[in-house]
Design a protein around this ligand. Structure first.
Ligand SMILES: [Zn+2]
Length: 173
């Protein structure tokens, strides 16, 4: 079967594929924050879901709560009018609460001075905040090992020199 389409049909097919791509992007379960940052016009006013770690301070305001969510690709400000779960922001010593946030994405929020944000009414906790482990830095470990070896070599070399000098003094006496 040959698949030779007339240019007009080919353009139609191409448009269809592009539409499908955009629709699948808009209706996909979860969106990477970098996609919201890089192509905000695609998602503006749409309901989106992002998943990530709460970072920094959870800021209470008169009419709601602000917090930031960080996924592997970027960070996004989340606004909610009522927060009924406990969120702990991540820091050097703690991993923040991991959340799934469902809400409406604003490319330029009219309520918040034109900033980019998500207004959420559904925040689910995936996992609670935990203490962060800091494994010994591999680079530092290598340098320490190297210094240790150099130190031992220096001590051994020193002993050899002392022994040689003693023998020389004995022989010349
Ligand atoms: Zn807003």
């Amino acid at each position: 079967m040959s698949l030779s389409l007339r240019p007009k049909n080919r353009n139609l097919l191409l448009s269809f594929v592009i539409c499908l791509f955009y629709f699948s992007a808009v209706f996909s379960q979860q969106i990477q924050i970098k996609d919201l940052l890089n192509t905000p016009w695609v998602y503006d006013g749409q309901e989106v879901i992002v998943r990530g770690e709460v970072i920094g301070n959870v800021m209470k305001r008169k009419d709601g709560v602000w917090f930031n969510v960080l996924d592997e690709t970027g960070a996004m400000g989340i606004w909610t009018e009522s927060l009924d779960v406990y969120l702990q922001g991540g820091s050097y010593n703690r991993t923040g609460t991991i959340v799934l946030v469902k809400g409406f994405f604003n490319r330029a929020c009219p309520k918040h001075g034109g900033q980019i944000d998500i207004h959420s009414n559904e925040i689910d906790i995936i996992s609670d905040s935990t203490e962060r482990q800091h494994p010994l830095d591999k680079g530092k470990l290598k340098i320490l090992t190297l210094l240790g070896i150099l130190f031992l070599v220096a001590i051994v070399f020193n002993f050899i020199l002392i022994a040689k000098r003693k023998r020389w003094l004995k022989n010349s006496a």
